[in-house]
Design a protein around this ligand. Structure first.
Ligand SMILES: [Zn+2]
Ligand SMILES: [Zn+2]
Length: 266
């Protein structure tokens, strides 16, 4: 995956000039000035603790009632789904910044389907906050890899949303971005509407290491895999299975959002 800082800096400058002339409206509150404004960003709620050590979803449904967020409880508990083996097999753990609802859901939609690349910045802010939050529980990374899109899908969209998010996060955390080490070797039908068994089968073998140089760079490293949304986490898990062949020390998945329920269609 080509990383052209000159081109992206020019793109950002052009976007900045365009925003001065035509200020965007916030997807959350419709105020002019930003695609996802600071006030709406501040309203985004992190999932309440305690969470499942594997999939990162709250352990208690009762905790989802909007109770104040306390300091993360260090937990080794797993939710019934993960305890029964339906969770990830390759990820060290999966974490999210927020539930897939409200303004953040709209921001992701604009980012993915309406060409709103500038949403990468506020959504990347959410990822950075989540990283610092979960770092205290051991989610520590040496490098960042965005979940690759199939080249046909990326050509159609013009960008990989995960790469834009990962690039911003890598800059904030001062971690290396290693976008080219993992490749998507086949396109997969959308996961929407599939149950977890079907999702897992749908993405099996979809990813691969880019080659022996990729394996050499990832051996013994703690990898942070980035995507915009996870539902069951099966796509991130398939990517993690490919990365496992390099012998990394850990593979964490981090997404901006997840639906509250894993059988939800996002
Ligand atoms: Zn707003
Ligand atoms: Zn779980």
């Amino acid at each position: 995956m080509a990383d052209l800082p000159g081109v992206s800096a020019f793109g950002e400058l052009a976007q900045g000039l365009l925003d001065l002339v035509f200020p965007p409206r916030c997807v959350g509150c419709r105020a002019r000035g930003a695609i996802f404004c600071a006030a709406c960003l501040a309203q985004v709620q992190a999932p309440p603790d305690p969470i499942c050590a594997q999939c990162g979803l709250p352990l208690q449904a009762a905790a989802m009632s909007g109770a104040p967020i306390l300091a993360p409880a260090v937990t080794s508990a797993r939710c019934p789904e993960c305890a029964s083996g339906r969770g990830s097999v390759a990820l060290t753990g999966l974490r999210m910044a927020a539930f897939h609802e409200g303004g953040v859901r709209k921001a992701i939609h604009a980012f993915k389907y309406a060409g709103q690349r500038r949403a990468a910045r506020p959504l990347g802010d959410l990822l950075a906050v989540a990283y610092h939050r979960y770092q205290r529980e051991g989610m520590v990374a040496d490098l960042i890899i965005p979940l690759p899109l199939h080249t046909a899908r990326e050509r159609e969209r013009g960008y990989n949303q995960a790469t834009l998010l990962a690039r911003g996060l890598a800059a904030r955390l001062r971690l290396p971005l290693r976008a080219g080490l993992l490749v998507r070797q086949r396109a997969t039908p959308p996961q929407v509407g599939l149950r977890w068994q079907a999702r897992r089968a749908n993405v099996a073998g979809a990813f691969a290491l880019a080659g022996p140089h990729a394996a050499a760079q990832l051996a013994g490293k703690r990898i942070l895999l980035i995507d915009d949304v996870a539902t069951t986490g099966s796509t991130l898990d398939a990517a993690a299975q490919a990365l496992l062949l390099a012998g990394p020390a850990a593979i964490w998945g981090l997404t901006v959002t997840r639906p509250m329920r894993r059988d939800a269609n996002s």
